[in-house]
Design a protein. Structure first.
Length: 589
């Protein structure tokens, strides 16, 4: 009987011994694959030991600052648009979903977007994590929505009659935009408003009173000659239609102040870089004896200028007005200055005072003001516009005389003597009517402004614009990604509302036809279509998915995308139309 019990205990112990490796396997499986639904967590303590472990910061490390600390712990600053972290865990292939949580310091820029993406192989997905702009929509009435787009009315008293999100998408009004000039309504697409001081130039319909304005590519016209004497520092804007560019400046020192009167002349290209510079030296009279200096000249020449607006700056080393510009010529004929003009006239060169004429363009309702010296009193100024004429009798020095409020438009200013300062905000002046060309003031002249679209788009797109000024001037900049073999031309075509072809141009391939993944240079082309009837026009940008459209500039204030838009960094989404000053759209994930 004792032997039987011993045998039974031996069998139980043997079963237990065999059960040990089975339990070990179960524990290992549970730890590695969490079959009961557990969720492993991986933490990157940014700023601490964040370059090691299964989850860690990855290249490019240049996208992060050095390790920093504050009261809450360690951290790094992001120094470029895109940064990466890597996670290596065999359980990722079995996971139904992956959750990512991010903690960051509350100093995020108001116009920024924080997005998180996951990448596997060559594919990736992207989701917005934080967009401060959305907070601005909290108090606006919701008009309509679908699963991906919310439409809000910014006019809280007059909500637009929209029943479904497809209403603006099926038939977007010509007054709607991809984005708006009102930056408070901006989401991701952005159209930079044309600021006056940037002096972007567009067309202006002056009823035939001002000839030409922005000329056609092949238009020729007479050279500009100042025809009057100016005093003190000057800043002019000159329009070049390309080709040779020549400016000549003649100055004489007044020698009313002791010191040197070196004159510095700088010419800035349309992109703001210095195109040329020179200096007219002092006449070597360093006293204040009021002896008029001899004529001195400066000549600037560009054999091959870029088509666009140049800025000419003339200043003295002393920063004063102890000199006069007795003559200024420009071989292409279009020249204006802004806000302020100092007409010296014949006074300083020993001649009898003579009348002078200047032309002023007022962008909005405003006044034109005048002041002069005691030696030139009394003096009469006449200001004449299309429907108004003002005569101003100036009988006091160091006093500003005003026309009073004037409507927007073009005015001729005639002075009887000289040594007179003409001043008005938000206006431009020219010394001849033929040289006057008009900057676009978007906030004042609806429909006569420029749009500057800086969001990068990928592949072909169709746009609509509405033309009231008779001309489309469209500039497109593209860049080849070179991810696929073959040429990457971009064709720009313009059609009218009936589908009739108007004009086209092509931006060629960058010369790299291999799948090198080497980002190509920026390439730009400008298309001009003139003598157009008022109405809607379709603009086709045709290319493969390999190029990206870096920027679009057009001399119109209304621009809408047709059907689809593909901003780089996200998948194709439905057209997001913003109704200027009426609607904004909120994109939600």
């Amino acid at each position: 009987m004792a032997d039987v019990k011993k045998s039974a205990r031996t069998k139980k112990l043997t079963r237990l011994i065999w059960l040990v490796p089975v339990l070990v396997v179960v524990i290992v499986l549970y730890i590695n694959f969490l079959p009961l639904g557990g969720s492993p967590e991986h933490t990157i303590d940014v700023g601490s030991n964040d370059l090691n472990g299964k989850a860690h910061l990855a290249a490019p490390l240049s996208g992060f600052s050095q390790q920093l600390t504050n009261d809450s712990g360690s951290y790094r600053e992001i120094t470029q648009d895109t940064v990466y972290f890597e996670l290596t865990d065999p359980r990722l292939s079995q996971a139904d979903e992956v959750s990512v949580a991010v903690k960051f310091i509350d100093n995020f820029p108001d116009d920024g977007i924080f997005a998180i993406g996951a990448q596997k192989g060559s594919g990736y997905s992207l989701r917005y994590a934080y967009v401060p702009f959305y907070d601005q929509l909290d108090d606006l009435p919701l008009v309509t929505r679908n699963g991906s787009v919310l439409v809000y009315a910014t006019d809280t008293e007059n909500e637009p009659p929209l029943s479904t999100i497809m209403d603006p998408l099926r038939n977007p009004p010509l007054g709607s935009l991809i984005a708006t000039n009102d930056l408070s309504l901006d989401i991701n697409q952005r159209i930079t408003p044309v600021e006056y001081l940037n002096m972007k130039f567009g067309e202006f319909d002056a009823g035939g009173d001002v000839a030409g304005l922005i000329p056609d590519e092949d238009e020729e016209y007479d050279a500009f000659d100042s025809g009057t004497i100016l005093r003190g520092p000057q800043e002019f804007y000159l329009y070049s239609n390309g080709g040779e560019f020549e400016v000549t400046i003649e100055k004489r020192d007044l020698n009313r102040n002791a010191g040197m009167d070196n004159l510095y002349v700088s010419l800035y290209a349309p992109d703001g870089t210095t195109a040329a510079s020179d200096m007219i030296r002092d006449d070597f009279n360093f006293t204040d004896n009021k002896v008029l200096g001899q004529k001195q000249h400066c000549y600037i020449s560009l054999p091959h200028s870029e088509r666009g607006v140049y800025r000419l700056e003339i200043v003295s080393a002393a920063g004063d007005s102890d000199f006069i510009i007795t003559n200024l010529t420009y071989n292409q004929g279009r020249m204006i200055t802004e806000g302020h003009l100092y007409l010296a006239g014949n006074t300083y060169v020993g001649k009898d005072p003579g009348g002078m004429t200047a032309w002023c363009y007022l962008a909005g309702t405003g006044e034109i003001k005048f002041t002069t010296s005691q030696e030139m009193l009394p003096q009469m100024v006449t200001v004449t516009g299309e429907n108004v004429s003002r005569m101003i009798f100036m009988n006091q020095s160091d006093t500003w005389f005003s026309t009073g409020a004037l409507e927007p438009g073009i005015y001729r200013v005639k002075t009887s003597k000289g040594d007179i300062i003409v001043d008005t905000p938000q206006a431009c002046f020219s010394l001849t009517r033929e040289s006057l060309f008009i900057p676009s003031f978007n906030s004042i002249e609806e429909g006569k402004g420029w749009l500057d679209i800086n969001t990068t788009l990928r592949g072909s797109h169709t746009f609509w614009t509405y033309v009231e000024n008779g001309t489309i001037e469209l500039s497109v900049t593209k860049q080849d990604l070179n991810w696929a073999e073959g040429t990457d031309e971009l064709t720009i075509e313009v059609y009218d509302l009936d589908g009739n072809f108007i004009a086209d141009t092509v931006i060629p391939d960058d010369g790299d036809t291999a799948a090198s993944s080497s980002l190509g240079p920026l390439q730009q082309a400008t298309l001009t279509a003139a003598n157009l009837s008022t109405g809607a026009y379709r603009i086709e940008l045709k290319c493969s998915d390999d190029p990206v459209i870096k920027s679009i500039e057009i001399n119109q204030a209304k621009f809408v995308v047709d059907n689809k838009i593909l901003p780089v960094g996200s998948s194709t989404i439905d057209c997001l139309s913003l109704y200027t000053d009426e609607l904004s759209l909120k994109k939600v994930s």
